[in-house]
Design a protein around this ligand. Structure first.
Ligand code: HPA
Length: 244
């Protein structure tokens, strides 16, 4: 059976416990290996890919984004639902809430971010007017409505290089530039998906107010705890979108 949908699980989303007929696959790509878990859900074959590896062993700046997207493409995936833990710069987007990201600001520094490196691969300048797939965002919005889950249906994601969290001065700058959320992984993932002609959407889970907006120091543990709290609803939302 063809694999149509890919789920890229971010921080706190490591196992595809909602899938049956599970099969692990190591896929070789020109960019390296990607480990993907195939499974079935209500008659559909899905590919699940934990972005940070099993047990969160790969930091955001070292994720092999090209191998991951290429592997999903080789499986035949046409739509990717990605999850992301994010800090919030926008007081309306509160910890525990979901945001269907619609724009990004790229503050990454040192990541391979294209499949098109010239020479044989060619030179391509991809359009980014609507970086996140409007159809998938609509499906997610409707699924959330049906489930009674409050979601923000737009938000600008600032992608930092990490792995450190931000300074309050950086957060204030991002806020003034129009950022709503901050995370470390959506770029180049969303860009590569577009280059691979895969429809891509992110469900961001707000885990904390970002540095300086919250008066408390931020820890990875706090991020994991909030993801654990939101996990059931996040899974319900994803699987309901898959079922559309
Ligand atoms: N900053 C960057 N990445 C994050 C944050 C944050 O505050 N929270 C969760 N991921």
């Amino acid at each position: 059976m063809e694999v149509e949908v890919g789920i890229i699980g971010g921080t706190g989303v490591y196992d595809p416990d909602m899938l049956t007929e599970i099969e692990e696959k190591e896929i070789s790509t020109p960019y390296g290996q990607a480990r993907v878990i195939l499974g079935s859900y209500r008659g559909k074959r899905l590919a699940f890919l934990p972005r940070h590896g099993t047990g969160h062993s790969v930091p955001p700046h070292l994720v092999n984004y090209r191998a991951n997207i290429r592997a999903l493409k080789e499986l035949g995936v046409r739509s990717i639902l990605a999850t992301a833990a994010v800090g919030s710069l926008n007081r309306e987007m509160k910890p525990g809430q979901f945001v269907l990201v619609d724009q990004f600001l790229d503050f990454t520094k040192n990541r391979p971010s294209t499949f098109f490196e010239g020479g044989q691969a060619g030179v391509v300048h991809i359009d980014m007017t609507e970086p996140y797939c409007p159809e998938l965002r609509k499906i997610l919005k409707e699924a959330a409505k049906e489930l009674g889950l409050p979601v923000h249906d737009r938000g600008t994601y600032v992608c930092t290089e990490g792995p450190r969290f931000e300074t309050p001065a950086e957060i204030e700058m991002f806020r003034r530039l129009g950022g709503d959320l901050v995370g470390m992984t959506n770029v180049p993932e969303v860009v590569l998906a577009r280059e691979a002609e895969i429809c891509y959407a992110t469900v961001a889970t707000v885990t904390n107010f970002a540095a300086g907006i919250s008066s408390q120091l931020l820890t990875h543990r706090e991020v994991l705890e909030m993801m654990a709290q939101s996990n059931q609803n996040l899974r319900r939302l994803l699987m309901s979108a898959v079922d559309q």
